[in-house]
Design a protein around this ligand. Structure first.
Ligand SMILES: *[C@@H]1O[C@H](CO)[C@@H](O)[C@H](O)[C@H]1NC(C)=O
Ligand SMILES: *[C@@H]1O[C@H](CO)[C@@H](O)[C@H](O)[C@H]1NC(C)=O
Ligand SMILES: *[C@@H]1O[C@H](CO)[C@@H](O)[C@H](O)[C@H]1NC(C)=O
Ligand SMILES: *[C@@H]1O[C@H](CO)[C@@H](O)[C@H](O)[C@H]1NC(C)=O
Length: 356
């Protein structure tokens, strides 16, 4: 006895296959079978997602082409997850889905990097969309509102998420206190980040003491301090976030490329002159030391928090930093921020994938 295929079962099979295909194309991927953070960078001639010279939002410190960066291959890379594909970002659809809602990036200049990237991505899809801008110096907050869609795209500059308070003895970094949390309430999508300032010492360190509970010290292990701050932040999330109203993301740890040993080029002058990503899926060097602490702390939070796990994919992009084409006339080497267009666009593609 052989199998007998009825037309109808053939048809269902076809529908099933079509469905699988559509799911793949749509990027509505099965989260279990596809880890969108595992993959590699491929050249895509349709990239970049926008031309920075037409983006009114791009910060001059990120506009590498304008600042004289001669090579442009770095603009052509698209992140390709190993097991699925991501849908191309469409700013108009984004605004329509966000109608009446607010998204806020909270953190240091890496958050600013991602925030301006998102604004450029939106703008390139709907260049004629009207917008207004509001600055609050006191709160260190900038809000762009796309009026026709009632969508707010905000940035709250906060180096450590926890407080720095001027006291008699000097500026105190308070690991167990978050007063600016009041600015984050009722926001629909919150994307947090902090790390890069935790390792800072010397004249640009913006505090004189570190306080935890009643213990004030001159200094302590910075990764431990970072962990305590993330713990405090997690308790803020648990105490204040209504998961029905607000979705919370942590941007993850954005890596730097100051030491070529990390990618097998110990003689490299930091990231200067790097024109291509590390090929393949695996970065040979170490991961940022804060990552493990961050992952451990995030697990203790009871409310849902999505880690935008951008570390590995960004580690591969030794070519993505401004190097000496950062702030015009600034001496020094920026292998910490990212050129726009560039890597943060991919962070936003991934964020968009998790938002809706
Ligand atoms: C961006 O636009 C400018 C002006 O039209 C053009 O010269 C440049 O080649 C474009 N850059 C990219 C990366 O497409
Ligand atoms: C205060 O912090 C310092 C540095 O981390 C530590 O050595 C000391 O034991 C702490 N004191 C108390 C009472 O926790
Ligand atoms: C770069 O990293 C290597 C290996 O970890 C280390 O031996 C070297 O001192 C580092 N170089 C700089 C300039 O920090
Ligand atoms: C990142 O890379 C490290 C080292 O290769 C690996 O252990 C880790 O699982 C990777 N994380 C993700 C999210 O892919």
């Amino acid at each position: 006895m052989g199998f007998k295929f009825h037309q109808s079962s053939c048809f269902s099979l076809l529908l099933l296959l079509l469905n699988i295909l559509l799911v793949c194309v749509d990027g509505e991927v099965d989260k279990i079978s596809c880890d969108v953070f595992k993959g590699s960078w491929v050249i895509d001639q349709s990239y970049p997602l926008y031309n920075a010279s037409f983006c009114p939002f791009v910060g001059k410190e990120f506009d590498c082409v304008k600042n004289g960066r001669p090579d442009q291959l770095y603009l052509k890379y698209r992140w390709q997850p190993h097991d699925c594909s991501l849908s191309r970002f469409d700013g108009k659809i984004f605004l329509e889905k966000m109608k009446g809602k607010t998204i806020m990036f909270v953190g240091d200049s890496l958050s600013k990097n991602q925030w301006l990237s998102l604004l450029c991505m939106i703008h390139s899809s709907v260049p004629s969309a009207r917008y207004s801008v509001k600055l609050s110096m006191v709160d260190e907050m900038t809000t762009y509102t796309f009026m026709d869609y009632e969508v707010k795209v905000m940035y709250h500059h906060s180096l450590y998420l926890v407080d720095i308070v001027e006291e008699k003895i000097g500026r105190v970094l308070k690991l167990d206190s978050i007063t600016s949390g009041k600015l984050w309430l009722d926001v629909d999508y919150l994307v947090f980040n902090t790390w890069h300032w935790w390792t800072r010492r010397g004249p640009t360190q913006p505090f004189d003491f570190i306080q935890y509970e009643n213990n004030i010290t001159k200094d302590m292990d910075r990764v431990v301090a970072f962990g305590k701050a993330i713990d405090t932040w997690g308790r803020w999330v648990d105490g204040n976030i209504d998961p029905v109203k607000s979705k919370v993301f942590f941007q993850g740890i954005s890596p730097t490329h100051y030491n070529g040993s990390g990618w097998g080029e110990p003689k490299a002058q930091a990231c200067l002159g790097q024109k291509e990503p590390v090929p393949g899926e695996k970065y040979p060097g170490a991961q940022p030391m804060a990552l493990e602490v961050l992952e451990t702390e995030l697990k203790t939070i009871k409310k849902p928090v999505t880690l935008l796990d951008i570390t590995n994919l960004s580690l591969l992009r030794k070519d993505g930093h401004p190097s000496k084409y950062g702030l015009p006339h600034k001496t020094g080497m920026d292998c910490s921020h990212w050129c726009l267009a560039g890597v943060p666009d991919t962070w936003n593609v991934l964020l968009n994938n998790f938002m809706f």
